[in-house]
Design a protein. Structure first.
Length: 276
């Protein structure tokens, strides 16, 4: 299986805004006029490294034969930076078509249609491939569960993650910081807004990591995920509801999943009725 990849670096926040604007334009057009479509375009693929590539060939991977060193070397352009003895995680974002719309009789281009892809490669204790599977973002929590289980957190010192947070009020991503400690989960918005969101809650109240249905932007480095908590976050300085919508790297996602799994083993600090 070969994957042809070509990438032109761009401004990521601007790209996210353009994708959101494109989605809104398409939705409005479909509702009002029903006049949208897509046209084939030369394939473009963005990679985490930010470099251009013509071909990335995964046909060299053979379970029982290929080594971790070979995978790391030959797939370095899509390497997400996850460090582990038993897994390799790759990611990219590709586009083969563009959307168009006709508004009030005037045709116009809306933008490229992007879709992210991921690759999981598992190795045995000797560093030889056991299996490899591509997967899409919607299945990330399921595919990464064994990776998280193989990446326990020591938490002798707090772990800090610099992430992107989707600010519902502004409809944009802003910088945010998450601090993971043995008993406490801390979140702090780092954007330029005057009323920044900041909260702290027991680790056991961070219930799960899941893929959002709507807030999802294809990106070669960041994957859209949300943290579902046991209580209304607005009451403790966060957004309304129980969710934090984030964009994180693959290694950060594995860290968060490992943290949630470990926290679930500690005694619950909220009534069972709230854990839903």
């Amino acid at each position: 299986m070969a994957i042809r990849m070509t990438m032109r670096p761009g401004n990521r926040p601007a790209c996210a805004r353009q994708q959101l604007q494109a989605g809104i334009a398409l939705a409005l057009c479909a509702v009002l006029f029903g006049c949208i479509g897509a046209t084939p375009l030369p394939k473009r693929t963005r990679t985490p490294t930010g470099t251009e590539a013509k071909d990335i060939d995964v046909s060299f991977i053979h379970p029982g034969q290929t080594t971790r060193a070979e995978v790391k070397e030959k797939l370095k352009l899509i390497d997400t930076g996850y460090e582990g003895e038993h897994f390799f995680l790759g990611r990219w974002s590709s586009s083969t078509s563009g959307a168009w719309a006709i508004v009030l009789g005037l045709p116009g281009a809306v933008g490229r249609i992007w879709k992210s892809g991921n690759l999981l490669v598992e190795f045995d204790d000797a560093g030889v491939v056991k299996r490899f599977e591509p997967f899409d973002d919607a299945k990330a929590p399921r595919y990464l569960a064994p990776v998280a289980a193989d990446t326990p957190l020591q938490l002798a010192s707090p772990v800090e993650l610099q992430v992107k947070y989707y600010l519902l009020a502004g409809g944009q991503f802003v910088d945010a910081k998450i601090v993971l400690s043995k008993g406490t989960f801390d979140f702090e918005e780092l954007g330029e807004g005057k009323k920044k969101q900041k909260l702290s809650l027991p680790a056991s109240q961070v219930l799960r990591v899941e893929t959002p249905v709507i807030i999802r932007f294809p990106d070669p480095t960041y994957i859209s995920q949300r943290l579902h908590c046991a209580r209304d976050l607005k009451k403790i300085g966060g957004p309304p509801g129980r969710d934090l919508n984030l964009e994180v790297t693959m290694p950060q996602l594995v860290t968060l999943m490992s943290y949630v799994a470990q926290a679930a083993k500690s005694p619950p600090s909220t009534p069972e009725a709230n854990r839903k």
